[in-house]
Design a protein. Structure first.
Length: 326
């Protein structure tokens, strides 16, 4: 009887935690059947979190995970809703980006963080919603920073324009795209509108670009040597935030909350998420890149993640890095 009572008590406690999680994240389900199904997924993810955190407490992991707003999704569901292939796309307008001359620099500073610049050069973390438009957010983020670094007031630019208007440049809106093709579209289009004039809707729409509302354009774009983490770090501190593609397909990334992220099962070639490297540094001997995501400030460390640096290009952080030039 004691065992049965303990099992019932544990189940009741888990149900209470699930209800508290639903309230915290303002989650409602369409039916009781869906709620039961989601609770099952949530419990599996909780087991993953508990196991990971036990390893973290034992000093075996360098980052934490938690039951965040994505905790009721399987990895497959999450990928379908929030990730998108960001490589091997093609279109009638090939990417214009050329090889950057920025390489490794043994005398570069030990750390850099563009979030602390004054005046500011990094816009607040945005939210792509359930649309595979990460590539557009990455494209726009590095361009916003270049505009500000050129001495202009930091201005939020339109991701939605790229989603709606750049199909002929090999991008597929909410179904994926590539940052270099985003840069090429902006160049060929003579600019991208401001966010205020062309706001984000998290869905594919009709192109309504208005030249009168252009925030900025660009003259060229450059690729960092593929896989060269030292060159990427140097480019970040010399040039500014970089658009990068990563493998974000693992549950550890989905539920990340803090610390230096290292995933031994990550791929450095099969990349499914576009983000922005805005700095780098080290913590307790673990080198990292500071990466801005586009899943709102409620994900990760206020919308950011510290991704391992100098760990054999973990998750492909330096495989496909690029930046625009005004």
């Amino acid at each position: 009887m004691k065992l049965v009572s303990a099992i019932i008590a544990a189940a009741s406690a888990s149900q209470e935690l699930f209800q508290a999680w639903k309230e915290e994240h303002e989650v409602e389900y369409a039916s009781q059947v869906e709620e039961v199904s989601r609770y099952g997924v949530w419990m599996k993810n909780k087991a993953f979190v508990d196991e990971h955190m036990a390893s973290y407490e034992a000093g075996e992991k360098t980052f934490t995970v938690g039951m965040n707003k994505f905790a009721d999704l399987t990895s497959e569901e999450f990928a379908e809703l929030y990730l998108a292939k960001v490589q091997d796309l093609s279109g009638p307008h090939p990417p214009m980006c050329t090889d950057s001359t920025v390489g490794a620099n043994s005398t570069m500073p030990a750390s850099a963080d563009w979030r602390t610049a004054n005046p500011p050069v990094v816009t607040p973390v945005k939210d792509q919603g359930q649309c595979g438009s990460c590539w557009a957010f990455s494209t726009i983020a590095s361009l916003e920073s270049q505009w500000a670094l050129a001495g202009n007031a930091l201005t939020s630019l339109s991701e939605q324009q790229l989603v709606d208007c750049s199909m002929n440049w090999g991008n597929y809106g909410c179904s994926g795209g590539l940052m270099t093709q985003g840069f090429t579209y902006i160049h060929d289009n003579n600019g991208v509108d401001t966010e205020a004039s062309y706001p984000y809707t998290a869905q594919d729409g009709k192109c309504v670009f208005n030249p009168a509302n252009v925030g900025t354009s660009l003259t060229s774009c450059y690729n960092i040597a593929s896989g060269d983490e030292a060159a990427l770090a140097n480019a970040v501190q010399m040039v500014g935030p970089m658009s990068v593609a990563i493998d974000a397909s693992h549950m550890s990334f989905q539920l990340y909350t803090s610390g230096v992220y290292y995933e031994p099962n990550c791929s450095s070639q099969f990349l499914d998420h576009g983000v922005t490297a805005v700095g780098y540094g080290s913590s307790s001997g673990n080198d990292f890149f500071i990466v801005k995501n586009s899943w709102a400030a409620t994900w990760g460390d206020n919308g950011y993640i510290m991704m391992s640096r100098n760990k054999n290009n973990n998750c492909g952080i330096a495989t496909s890095a690029s930046y625009p030039q005004l």
